[in-house]
Design a protein around this ligand. Structure first.
Ligand code: ADP
Ligand code: ZN
Ligand code: MG
Length: 485
């Protein structure tokens, strides 16, 4: 019997508001512990929450970008549980009436259309953070940092529509691109501002009912999401094949060991004793607000990807890579394309030289890239190539120097004497010299081994330090070889 995986994701995204969801404290990441706190987000008795309007706007935007219906009335609810990082003993969330419902995300991959239903988008507050490491007495004590307590989140819940680990990773990458594009989230999975829990079950192929699922937590990269799901699908399949049953539980991905491990039995909704939050009125959103938000949505990643193919003639995979792989890389590309007037060369340079350099130097964000190499600088280099002022091999050299020193490309070219040699007389002279040195290769060529032509081109290029215009070298070299034979 063969088994089919079934996957649904629950994604938590921190909203990019300046202040927290129910108080005025800053949401800035990385401040000293417990410096962005007040009676509200510390859960002190008597403190009352006031809803952040910007957080609501971001939640509406998220719902609309995912094709959801925005509910005109939604309710905040208390989700009760005990944990040291939750000072109130409950988290303010939404339960029965979330802000957005019934959306979907569609995309094509390998020529096949995928559709994943979005069950709901609801608003909630983040919890604080327990710290177990980095203290002299860490063996005996843990600490709690409440800076994150009360940071606004949306939770996005999908239908169990995904059928493979790779599709789940694809989906999450596309979702991230959307959240970053509409400006509600920074897409930073390492810092935990975007987090994903994966629910997964397997069932006999063709079955119509769902199998028992496990929920896997601690998936802070696309690769981990995919690996954890692959592991979990294999584990559950094996269990069923041996005649066993899957236990409903929460499991943790152990990245070092490459396995999921049981963490606790899965809690049920009734364990949380949800009830409407008495300190907040129902959230009422009128049509005008929804329509104004819809009208202000930017071009979404799928449309961008299609435009790069249609308008710039980029290959589909290049367009997808620019739009999906790293938050903001598409903006960087577009600015470079516009400033240089050569979108194809801009795409090739960003996907080639720029990405390789970022990997080598461990540059992890487009902001960090921009600080080293602003789009305008890169566009100048692309302009030199486009106008034939430097050759492509030289462009790589100039790029490396530019990246290291921050100097403009033209200044490097002038100082190092790297301008492309296009002068006929100069190239002809070099050819004559090379042909005189390469008697054997010339004889072979004239004897019919025309493959040696490439070798001779290479020798001429080398003799000019890669600076000769390759097209002109080709033409003049052929002339020279034909003429004297
Ligand atoms: P719970 O009651 O455990 O919270 P929900 O029905 O609320 O479960 O679903 C939570 C997430 O799990 C959703 O993303 C949903 O699509 C997914 N899910 C639900 N049942 C299954 C299943 N049997 N297999 C895989 N995913 C599932
Ligand atoms: Zn506060
Ligand atoms: Mg649920």
């Amino acid at each position: 019997m063969s088994y089919e995986p079934v996957i649904g994701l629950e994604i938590h995204a921190q909203l990019l508001t300046r202040s927290k969801i129910f108080c005025g404290c800053s949401t800035a990441f990385g401040a000293p512990p417990n410096t962005h706190v007040c009676p509200v987000c510390l859960g002190l008795p008597g403190a009352l929450p006031v809803l952040n309007r910007q957080a609501v706007d971001f939640a509406i935007r998220t719902g609309l970008a995912l094709g959801c219906r925005i509910q005109s009335r939604s309710i905040f609810a208390r989700k009760n549980y005990f944990y040291p990082d939750l000072p109130k003993g409950y988290q303010i969330s939404q339960y029965e009436l979330p802000v957005a419902v019934d959306g979907a995300l569609e995309w094509t991959s390998d020529g096949q259309t995928r559709r994943v239903g979005i069950t709901r988008v609801h608003m909630e507050e983040d919890a604080g953070k327990s710290l177990h490491e980095g203290f002299a007495d860490a063996a005996r004590r843990s600490y709690v940092d409440f800076n994150r307590s009360g940071v606004p989140l949306v939770e996005i819940v999908t239908e169990p529509d995904l059928r493979s680990a790779a599709d789940a990773a694809d989906f999450f990458e596309r979702l991230r691109a959307i959240l970053v594009r509409i400006g509600v989230n920074d897409g930073n999975m390492e810092e935990g501002s975007l987090r994903c829990d994966a629910n997964v079950s397997v069932r006999p192929a063709g079955a119509t009912t769902l199998g028992t699922k496990a929920e896997v937590k601690n998936l802070n990269s696309f690769r981990f999401l995919q690996k954890a799901l692959e592991y979990e699908i294999a584990r559950q399949t094996e269990l069923l094949e041996e005649g066993g049953t899957v236990t409903q539980e929460t499991r943790l991905w152990d990245a070092a060991a490459g396995v999921t491990v049981s963490m606790r039995s899965k809690e049920e909704a009734h364990d949380y004793r949800y009830f409407p939050e008495p300190d907040l009125p129902p959230l009422v959103i009128d049509d005008a607000r929804v329509e104004a938000t819809r009208a202000a949505l930017p071009e979404l990643p799928a449309a961008r990807e299609a435009r790069y193919v249609a308008e710039f003639g980029l290959p589909k995979t290049d367009a997808a890579t620019l739009v999906l792989r790293m938050p903001g890389l598409d903006d960087y590309f577009e600015a470079t394309a516009q400033a240089s007037g050569n979108p194809r060369e801009a795409a090739n340079t960003v996907l080639g030289l720029v990405r390789a350099r970022m990997n080598d130097e461990g540059i992890g964000s487009v902001d960090a890239l921009r600080a080293k190499l602003p789009e305008a600088r890169l566009a100048e280099l692309i302009g030199l190539v486009t106008r034939g002022e430097i050759s492509r091999p030289v462009a790589k050299d100039v790029f490396d120097r530019m990246f290291a020193s921050g100097e403009p490309a033209a200044a490097i070219v002038a100082r190092e004497g790297l301008a492309q040699i296009d002068d006929e007389a100069a190239i002809t002279a070099v050819i004559a010299r090379v042909l005189a040195e390469q008697e054997d290769a010339v004889a072979q060529y004239r004897g019919g081994r025309t493959a040696t032509f490439g070798f001779l081109v290479g020798q001429v290029m080398r003799a000019t330090g890669g600076k000769a215009n390759p097209k002109r070298v080709n033409a003049l070299l052929r002339q020279a070889l034909e003429a004297e034979s």
